[in-house]
Ligand binder design. Structure first.
Ligand code: XMP
Length: 539
């Protein structure tokens, strides 16, 4: 990561004197809490657990404090906590809600106990409530816990339970602990749950609306102030995030801005040409740089296939592509006689969540090289994808860009297992073209399609029958996911492809593609896991 001071993010929907204080204990969905509050019209402020004493000393003034989830376990040495006096001060301000780890922390702080759950729960389960919590009446919720609250603090009641977690929603008066995640997309009516807390129990008032014109104007001013002089570069991928960042930066910097679209060799077939068609040539360079990226990746020592080794290897793959990416277009700018002082990135809120919680080095966040000597500005870092799509439409971007499915920065390189090789990438590019063609044929309307869909290459050698011969070949994995309205990708569910689609995909993907050494594909698998416990991408 470059020096944090050199990354400037346009803050949106937060303020220091917000009515809601969110204390971050490490959960990847903490910013979803802030976003869910924005959905119901309330701004918040997110601070790290270590910053609580300072916020309390400064008289935080919040009417509602929310303790986020986290991936540590209560009682672990060094697990984040909160001092009793600070908790008491936060309670004096108004209501307190603990979510998952925050719920367990709150329970133990107030005299309850926590122990390993008899049945840990990951993913969607049903919660039943004893009586409605405001408008919230239970339903599908997302759980992600291995511990549970076993003994409740004095006076707390059981308000909601799942089949395996009796204390899923507990509390009394102005203190509540919820083991499921009301903030994520796959929890039904999480907004009603938070609305009851914020408006009825904590007495917050509505103080936030998402006004696109205001966003564009304030963000443009912010961009100008962030980089008042000098040449500014932007990496354009053609996805909705970088496209919106580009339009905002064009407004702010005019001819000072130059965008570069780099074909890393891991793009889908024909992608660079599609981007060129959508954006034209004015102010944009298109670079075919596959030969710069692949040798670097092929040179990385493969440390798999055990889970730790595979994780380490793909982390290196991500970092190497991220680093080379920056070098490529900063180098290109210098070749053009430009002296870049800043780089605009279309990093969104979800990218930051993934990165700060260290789930992976996101290509456009953690993958930046340490030696980076330009300033990085991120104009949409406070927005989720669905908000960015609204902005894209408002800024007049073409329909296919507004609705484009997300694509990870490292591209096809992270859609396989085992070492990344040129022949795997080539096969995957061809397979992906067929796969996407089939999706368009079987699901002609964009809204019928999964929110994101892709093909991955599994070098899982197994037996098939081709002609009269039993042959050993590899496998394809088909993945389609859906998100709910906010398209955060913090939670996803598997898309239900039709039998007709799957049969045709199986036939074409096995018949039409082989590796450059002749190895065939003899099996096609469909991924059916949601997130959690899976992730959208394989790495
Ligand atoms: P996961 O696999 O974590 O992915 O469920 C969530 C969403 O993020 C996308 N993704 C990325 N986007 N740079 C990006 O801009 C990246 O390095 C990256 N990795 C994953 C992924 O495609 C999904 O939409």
């Amino acid at each position: 990561m470059p020096d944090g001071n050199r990354i400037q993010r346009f803050a949106w929907g937060t303020r220091d004197d917000a009515q809601v204080l969110i204390v971050h204990f490490g959960s990847k969905s903490t910013p979803m809490i802030a976003q869910q509050l924005r959905q119901i019209g309330v701004r918040s402020r997110v601070i790290h657990a270590a910053e609580v004493p300072e916020a309390v000393a400064a008289g935080h003034g919040a009417k509602l404090t929310i303790l986020s989830g986290g991936d540590d376990r209560i009682g672990n040495p060094g697990a984040p906590t909160i001092a009793d006096a600070d908790l008491a001060a936060l309670r004096q301000g108004g209501a307190v809600l603990g979510i998952c780890y925050g719920a367990q922390l709150l329970a133990t702080k107030l005299g309850g106990t926590v122990a390993p759950a008899a049945v840990p729960e990951f993913g969607e389960v049903q919660v039943g409530v004893a009586a409605p919590f405001g408008e919230y009446a239970g339903g599908t919720v997302v759980m992600n816990h291995s511990d549970e609250i076993t003994v409740l603090p004095a006076g707390w009641k059981v308000l909601g339970s799942t089949a395996h977690c009796r204390h899923a929603l507990v509390g009394a008066d102005d203190v509540y602990a919820v083991v499921f995640h009301p903030e994520v997309d796959h929890t039904e009516n999480g907004d009603a749950f938070l609305a009851h807390l914020a408006f009825t129990l904590a007495g917050c008032e509505r103080d936030y609306t998402y006004d696109l014109a205001t966003y564009v104007d304030t963000c443009t001013d912010w961009l100008r102030q962030a980089v008042p002089h000098g040449d500014v570069e932007l990496g354009l991928s053609g996805g909705v995030d970088s496209a919106v960042a580009f339009r905002l930066a064009q407004r702010a910097y005019g001819p000072r801005l130059r965008a570069t679209c780099v074909d890393t060799g891991f793009l889908r077939q024909g992608e660079l040409a599609e981007v060129r068609q959508a954006f034209g040539d004015a102010g944009i360079s298109y670079l075919e740089a596959a030969d710069d990226f692949l040798p670097d990746i092929e040179a990385l020592p493969y440390t798999g296939p055990d889970p730790q080794g595979e994780a380490h290897y793909y982390d290196q793959v991500r970092r190497t592509i991220g680093g080379r990416f920056i070098d490529t277009f900063v180098g290109h700018a210098r070749q053009q006689g430009r002296q870049p002082v800043a780089l605009v990135q279309g990093t969104n809120y979800a990218d930051i969540i993934e990165s700060i919680t260290n789930l992976k080095a996101h290509h456009n966040v953690g993958g930046l090289p340490a030696h980076l000597d330009v300033q990085v500005v991120e104009p949409i870092a406070g927005l989720f994808k669905f908000e960015i799509r609204q902005l894209a439409a408002y800024l007049g971007l073409p329909e296919e860009v507004v609705h484009r499915q997300p694509s990870p920065g490292p591209g096809l390189a992270i859609r396989m297992w085992g070492p990344v090789t040129r022949s795997k990438v080539d096969a995957l590019r061809r397979g992906t073209r067929i796969f996407e063609e089939l999706v368009r044929q079987h699901y002609p309307e964009p809204q019928q399609r999964p929110t994101q869909y892709y093909l991955a290459l599994a070098p899982l050698a197994s037996c098939g029958l081709m002609g009269d011969d039993r042959v050993y070949g590899y496998a394809w994995v088909i993945r389609g996911v859906t998100t709910h309205d906010r398209e955060s990708y913090v939670t996803v569910s598997a898309f239900d492809f039709s039998a007709a689609f799957l049969q045709e995909a199986a036939r074409r993907l096995t018949n039409e593609i082989a590796m450059s050494d002749g190895t065939r594909f003899v099996r096609v698998f469909v991924e059916v896991t949601g997130k959690p416990p899976s992730t959208t991408e394989p790495h």
